[in-house]
Ligand binder design. Structure first.
Ligand code: ADP
Ligand code: MG
Length: 487
């Protein structure tokens, strides 16, 4: 296909595969009982293993394996029930052993896929080549002293999984949809906090281009350490443009590792790509192969929560709510748990949903707390909803006055509290009838208009009666009374 001078970009498509590093949220490191927590003072979470003192031996953290299996199952992978660890040898100050323990040719999970939704509503299936377990390195600090660099080994040995996709990604949008889906999943499965800013989720993007309509892959460059969704997009767009320029000008792409400069939005060479044999991978003799029994695998499978896509589908099917509303439950397991706890006791199920995603969510946001810190217990909320259903309290009054009061009175009996606060609809039909008369007398012209067919004024009457009743009346009942009087 000949290139036109004006727009070579249209002749090419982007091809990309991501390597996504996810820091697992276990209490301790992958091969020692050192704390894996973030934010400690430098070199606090280190023992002989993290320091790589001679004779110190690694011991695998079972929880790390369980978490990797969970994410592997969510990504539709085959779990390799026998897998093993390898040494990747290289020298750096923040790697005191001189090698990183990782998995090379027998990773824990292989051959999966993930379907992501794009902005036009279409679904894109992206293959997962493998997921392997490895340890993180320490941190070198170069900006604290003019002469010396410092090393903090707290991070050395913190567990990581690396999720490697097939080169199925064709746009920056697909890459960010995939990343955000993976972030959602790792949080949902309690595998990682998925925080890109703090480095719990880091991504390298392998990028090549090829002429549209062709199937062979081009030479790729790998952009390292993209630490935000936005930078992934920017790096891809820049790198695509750069490679198109190179080819359009008759040059060729050299396989290399690139840095992304977030200030300038550009990529630049870091080093030419080392061959795998530069790392002299070999099986780690200090660690036994990992055997995952059928029983343990079955146990992990049965303890898996429903995945967000499944939860969304069920919520839409069962309660007829919108996709966006369903997503709120699918992406917040605490909200879902609260909902499920309240649900059996509530008759107006749809109202429960509306309250949770409407006024209650707003109130929680305002206080800056999440639903698991909400003072109102699910059964108390159910009681409040049922008072509305029983026409014992007006919905607005329940939301605006009763709920805040329940928050103030932990463990209160909701019905008794509503009665104490005088919020219940008064059983006194005479009083309401009196208000109806009062309002109809106040608006003789509108009453005339109504009788001539202008039915819209009814809302005005009902609203005014409700005001006089201070909200403690059932709107439907008022309606009926007014219609009766206007006959
Ligand atoms: P390596 O062993 O050198 O790391 P892999 O085959 O494991 O290479 O691939 C690493 C990543 O690069 C994967 O995410 C893969 O999808 C991606 N990738 C491989 N070939 C290409 C290509 N031609 N263009 C873009 N990405 C590619
Ligand atoms: Mg690789």
């Amino acid at each position: 296909m000949p290139l036109t001078e004006t727009s070579p970009h249209h002749h090419f498509e982007l091809v990309s595969g991501l390597e996504i590093h996810v820091q697992l949220n276990t209490n301790t490191k992958i091969f020692s009982s050192d704390s894996a927590s973030f934010g400690s003072l430098p070199n606090q979470n280190i023992s002989t293993v993290s320091l790589a003192l001679p004779g110190a031996l690694p011991k695998l953290n079972k929880e790390v394996v369980a978490k990797a299996i969970r994410i592997g199952l969510a990504l539709n992978c085959k779990i390799n029930q026998v897998n093993h660890f390898d040494r990747k040898n290289y020298f750096y100050a923040d790697l005191p052993k001189g090698y990183q323990i990782t998995q090379d040719n027998q990773p824990i999970c292989v051959n999966g896929f993930l379907e992501v939704e794009l902005s036009d509503g279409s679904l894109k299936k992206i293959g997962i080549n493998r997921i392997h377990l490895e340890e993180d390195a320490g941190k070198s600090i170069h900006d604290q002293d003019a002469q010396y660099s410092f090393v903090d080994l707290n991070r050395a040995g913190v567990p990581l999984i690396e999720i490697v996709t097939e080169p199925d990604i064709r746009s920056a949008e697909e890459a960010s949809a995939l990343l955000s889906e993976i972030r959602k999943l790792v949080r949902h499965l309690d595998v990682s906090d998925g925080n890109m800013e703090e480095g719990s989720l880091r991504c390298d993007a392998n990028i090549s281009i090829r002429e549209r309509g062709t199937t062979a892959f081009g030479i790729r460059c790998e952009v390292k350490n993209l630490n935000s969704m936005r930078n992934v997009r920017r790096a891809m767009e820049f790198e695509f443009g750069r490679q198109v320029e190179v080819i359009a000008n008759g040059g060729e792409i050299i396989q290399s590792t690139l840095n992304f400069d977030a200030d300038k939005g550009t990529t630049s060479p870091m080093r030419t790509k080392e061959e795998a044999n530069d790392y002299r991978y070999f099986s780690d003799p200090d660690l036994q192969p990992v055997y995952i029994s059928d029983e343990w695998l079955a146990e992990i499978k049965s303890a898996m929560p429903a995945l967000p896509a499944e939860i969304s589908r069920l919520m839409i099917e069962e309660f007829g709510i919108s996709k966006a509303d369903a997503a709120l439950f699918a992406e917040d397991l605490n909200l879902l748990k609260y909902f499920n706890e309240a649900l059996p006791a509530v008759r107006l199920k749809k109202n429960l949903i509306n309250w949770l995603i409407g006024p209650i969510r707003a109130a929680l946001n305002e206080k800056g707390i999440s639903i698991d810190n909400y003072k109102i217990k699910p059964e108390q909320l159910a009681a409040a909803l049922n008072l509305v259903d029983d026409k014992k309290i007006n919905q607005q009054i329940a939301i605006q006055q009763l709920l805040p009061a329940v928050e103030e009175h932990e463990n209160a009996d909701v019905s008794a509290l509503a009665a104490d606060l005088n919020l219940l609809i008064s059983g006194d039909g005479n009083e309401i009838e009196g208000f109806v008369d009062e309002v109809l007398n106040k608006y003789p012209q509108q009453v005339e208009a109504y009788k001539k067919g202008k039915k819209g004024v009814l809302g005005l009457f009902v609203g005014d009666v409700m005001k006089l009743a201070k909200g403690k009346a059932d709107a439907k009942k008022i309606n009926e009374l007014i219609l009766e009087k206007l006959k």
